[in-house]
Ligand binder design. Structure first.
Ligand SMILES: Nc1nc2c(ncn2[C@@H]2O[C@H](COP(=O)(O)OP(=O)(O)OP(=O)(O)O)[C@@H](O)[C@H]2O)c(=O)[nH]1
Ligand SMILES: O=P(O)(O)OC[C@H]1O[C@H](OP(=O)(O)OP(=O)(O)O)[C@H](O)[C@@H]1O
Ligand SMILES: O=c1cc[nH]c(=O)[nH]1
Length: 475
């Protein structure tokens, strides 16, 4: 790895790391035993871990750089296997030309494994700051914060099966041997100040044999082989698309194909951060809930059927587009669901909106006590509005009523802001044909059947009926 890669690591820390409040680690040699995962922790999103292997100077760094650039909405941590080179002893230093930097034994794989496991579990790590010139680690260690995507790059990152097992995607950069050698000669002479004889000696003695014996045999573990490295823009685009799809997908979406979670961006995460904060004022709570609700509603409308339609533009040309589905209605679950009516009206001019009132009896029992629905509801597509899906009891009552009134289960789209996994299981198993569109899946429910982390009592915060939410608009 050249100095560019070290810059890249620093840049990626500055640009992509959001500075989460995590306990500082004491030092890189203090091993943190993997904790027994709590229910909450298991439910927490783990990073998408990508391994990028390939021969020396194959262009791994360029590939990683391009992936990082394109994933600008995500926090990305780049870890280089080179940081985990063992320090050379005095004797090894004296005979450095005899030292094999391309052998698996040159790396402290246990420390690398430990670091990657910590990152996987959302813990910050301090990685050795290996100085290529001094051929040893220097202080201070390099802090790497938890991220959405972790990229581990290096010639031998597929060598140890325990490292491979941690990876969600394995990429092998496959570059022609001549090109790798010519790049290496140029790099080692220009950047590392070595002479051509030393470079060629190291190449024939260590680099080439190690490629044949250790690196090339790991190519079979790759999910994706990229010919021509960073010049292969099509491959990089496809990889980034795949990562984005995977990141946007909650585990539950893989179980229930009718569950849609809108793509998480920093914008959306920022809005969630505000509405979940107990100190947020009512005014801000309403403002940011409305923004998120609007996104959910727009996304939900995208799941309605459409017909193709051609129109004539003012230039006399034909534009082939689509026509919105006409027979629609909204049904809000009183009272929190009423907070979603404005967004629906803003998107669907003149839409009919009916109401359902479900009374919560105690902590875990719901009773339908009132409804007022459009008479011809059985002919319509229904957008069911309720920002919170907790146990699922309320929405099950609401959907059961809609089915009783003759609405086709496949014509119901349930729009909500946050869903507890428990509620998702209940609704999706009982009504496999309805669609759920939400902006975040939560960790779970507490003993009072409230969503966690959740946002407290949505209705009280939105309509300002509870003094417990202490933020004031004077703030
Ligand atoms: N002589 C010498 N070589 C080293 C040392 N440290 C690492 N290497 C060499 O660095 C190579 C591994 O780095 P590369 O994979 O080429 O690094 P890179 O620049 O990220 O490669 P690409 O991004 O794929 O172009 C190995 O072939 C090692 O021989 C060192 O201290 N001395
Ligand atoms: O999935 P569940 O466990 O049934 O919980 C979700 C229900 O709880 C909330 O309403 P709430 O009873 O707080 O009434 P409100 O809207 O009047 O505040 C929310 O709007 C849902 O209707
Ligand atoms: O957490 C919860 C559960 C139900 N209703 C809410 O408003 N919040």
């Amino acid at each position: 790895m050249g100095s560019d890669s070290i810059d890249l690591l620093q840049t990626s820390i500055k640009v992509h790391f959001s500075g989460l409040h995590l306990k500082e680690l004491q030092g890189r040699h203090e091993k943190i035993e993997p904790r027994a995962a709590s229910t909450t922790e298991t439910a927490q999103r783990q990073p998408f871990i990508i391994g990028v292997a390939g021969g020396a100077s194959s262009g791994k760094t360029t590939v990683c750089n391009m992936i990082i650039d394109q994933l600008h909405d995500q926090r990305v941590a780049l870890v280089n296997q080179e940081s985990f080179y063992y320090d050379l002893t005095g004797q090894e230093m004296a005979l450095v030309h005899e030292y094999n930097f391309d052998h698996p034994d040159a790396f402290d794989t246990e420390n690398l494994l430990y670091s990657l496991e910590n990152l996987k579990h959302g813990r910050a790590i301090d990685i050795p700051n290996y100085d290529l010139k001094a051929q040893k680690s220097v202080l201070p260690a390099r802090r790497v914060n938890p991220a959405d995507v972790v990229i581990l790059e290096g010639i031998l990152v597929f060598h140890d099966h325990r490292l491979r097992d941690l990876m969600n995607m394995k990429i092998f950069v496959d570059t022609d041997a001549d090109l790798r050698l010519s790049r290496r000669i140029r790099r080692d002479i220009l950047e590392k100040g070595r002479d051509i004889k030393t470079v060629l000696d190291q190449y024939s003695k260590f680099v080439k044999p190690a490629f044949d014996d250790f690196i090339l045999p790991t190519k079979k573990y790759a999910d994706i082989i990229i010919p021509r490295g960073g010049d292969n823009h099509v491959a990089i685009d496809l990889i980034v698309q795949h990562i984005q799809t995977k990141l946007g997908q909650h585990q539950l979406c893989k179980i229930y194909p009718n569950l849609y979670v809108i793509q998480l961006t920093f914008q959306i995460r920022g809005m969630h951060t505000i509405i979940r904060d107990a100190q947020t004022t009512k005014h801000d709570f309403v403002f940011y809930s409305d923004r998120l609700i609007r996104l959910v509603v727009e996304h939900g409308l995208g799941h309605l059927p459409f017909k193709e339609k051609q129109v004539m533009t003012p230039t006399g040309s034909v534009y082939t587009g689509v026509e919105f589905c006409k027979r629609l209605c909204g049904i809000s679950v009183i009272r929190s669901g009423e907070s979603m009516e404005n967004a629906l009206r803003a998107c669907c001019k003149g839409i009919k909106i009916g109401k359902i009132l479900i009374h919560r009896e105690g902590d875990n029992g719901q009773q339908l006590i009132y409804h007022n629905l459009p008479k011809d509801i059985s002919d319509r597509h229904v957008l069911l509005l309720d920002p919170i899906l907790g146990t699922g009891n309320s929405v099950v009552q609401a959907i059961s009523l809609l089915l009783e009134k003759g609405v086709d289960e496949g014509n119901i789209i349930f729009l909500n802001l946050i869903s507890a996994p428990q509620g998702v299981h209940v609704v999706c198993q009982r009504f496999p044909r309805i669609k759920i569109v939400t902006s975040e899946i939560e960790q779970g429910l507490n003993q009072d059947f409230r969503v966690i982390p959740g946002m407290g009592e949505f209705g009280d915060r939105y309509f300002g009926t509870d003094d417990r939410y202490c933020g004031t608009d004077d703030d």
